[in-house]
Write a protein that binds this ligand. Structure first.
Ligand code: BEZ
Ligand code: FE2
Length: 405
């Protein structure tokens, strides 16, 4: 058992002071230091400095490590142009991002306080790095392929990647499933994958309604995707529509990423089926996809969480930066409630969506914790200050192990 005695503790609802935390892999007890020292006389006590803040480690539910080599290769501003640039540079980016490059991405997340991440893996090339990462990892094996003739081969490849990830046996590593998107995965493949998800109770994610091109293609088989599909995949009509796609996920709570172009009926379906939306504000801006309607999600009580997406559509993997952009993007949302919701979205709300016992400084939660060095005592507006000021992270704990500090 260890005891840490910070000046302040950030919980989802309030800021605590004059309390210490006893933990091993989990947070065992939160109480005044003298009480904890009586209960755990052999525990090592770490006394923290003035204005230190203990808060939960951050959770980045959506990142693509395999595309971490991108800096200037991909075209920004328009979704379809970006997608063409991804296809054109795919080989170069994938072969240009070997273990060291992905490790750098994982390390950069850790340095910015990310203690859990959801890795969307297209090829399984990031498996070793994720298996060896200090962080908790939800490893989403991605299924892609809209052409029926390719279905068996692509499903076989998906299954073998899923099996490889199931062989990783370590605390904090969770094999999971990603469906790429409605336009890129054949409905028969989706049904087969979801059967596995249900049987094995795996976590599930999918991109959904990211671009105007996706909206038009799914609704009318028209728009920017028409040329794309006819030239590259010899398809003239969409394999599905949004309603059929979403129906496959009914009663299987899923993390849907982007959702910037969803209509009212789809929003109601997300609410009814207890899905969560993953909001990637920087990616949405860079790919010309507009801003997520967070007011509509809040009105419909749809949980939404903030994530970075990959370096293919971002310049860093840093949730403090991501929250800052979100704070400035949603100009009509009252500032302090938005800041509070953003902090929850990368801690307790993200943990709940991923089904993980973390994301809060609370008894019984896994001891995934950060110590931030504030410059003065926190006020009621702490969430705003956490987002605006890059406070130093002096200690990081994951499952009770000291990772930094
Ligand atoms: C496909 O594999 O069918 C696909 C991949 C990316 C975008 C669209 C379709
Ligand atoms: Fe993504």
């Amino acid at each position: 058992m260890q005891i840490i005695n910070p000046h302040f503790i950030f919980t989802p609802d309030k800021i605590l002071s004059d309390l210490a935390v006893a933990y091993d892999e989990k947070i065992e007890k939160i109480a005044p230091l003298s009480e904890l020292e009586t209960i755990y006389p052999d525990a090592k006590v770490t006394q923290l400095q003035e204005n230190s803040l203990l808060m939960p480690g951050l959770i980045n539910a959506h990142v693509h490590l395999e595309f971490s080599a991108n800096k200037t290769e991909l075209s920004y501003g328009d979704f379809i142009n970006w997608l063409y640039s991804v296809i054109e540079n795919r080989e170069k980016l994938i072969t240009g991002c070997e273990k060291e490059c992905m490790q750098k991405a994982v390390d950069s997340m850790l340095n910015s306080g990310i203690t859990t991440f959801g890795a969307i893996s297209s090829h399984g090339m990031d498996l070793d790095v994720c298996a060896d990462a200090a962080q908790n990892v939800v490893y989403f094996n991605e299924l892609i392929g809209s052409q029926a003739v390719m279905a068996d081969a692509l499903f076989g490849d998906f299954l073998s990647r899923l099996d490889s990830s199931k062989e990783i046996q370590r605390e904090g590593f969770y094999p999971a499933v990603a469906i790429h998107s409605p336009y890129s995965v054949h409905p028969i493949l989706i049904k087969k994958a979801l059967q596995i998800v249900k049987n094995e109770k795996l976590k599930l994610t999918a991109h959904f309604m990211e671009s105007a091109a996706e909206r038009e293609w799914l609704d009318e088989s028209q728009g920017d995707f028409k040329d794309f599909f006819s030239k590259l995949l010899s398809q003239n009509i969409s394999i599905t529509d949004a309603q059929e796609f979403l129906a496959a996920f009914d009663e299987t709570p899923t993390l849907f990423t982007h959702v910037t172009k969803a209509n009212t009926q789809e929003i109601q379906s997300l609410a009814k089926n207890k899905h969560t939306v993953i909001h990637c504000p920087i990616s949405n801006r860079l790919l010309g996809n507009g801003a997520l309607n967070i007011a509509q999600l809040n009105e419909n009580r749809i949980p939404w969480i903030c994530a970075t997406d990959g370096l293919s559509s971002n310049y860093k993997l840093d949730l403090f930066e991501e929250m800052k952009i979100a704070l400035f993007m949603h100009t009509n949302t009252p500032l302090l409630p938005l800041a509070n919701q953003l902090i929850r979205s990368v801690t307790i709300d993200a943990a709940d969506a991923l089904g993980l016992n973390t994301g809060a400084i609370a008894e019984g939660k896994n001891a995934d914790m950060l110590v931030l060095d504030l410059e003065s005592a926190p006020s009621e507006e702490l969430a705003i200050h956490l987002i605006l000021h890059r406070y130093n992270i002096s200690k990081i704990f994951i499952n009770g192990k000291t990772i930094k500090g």
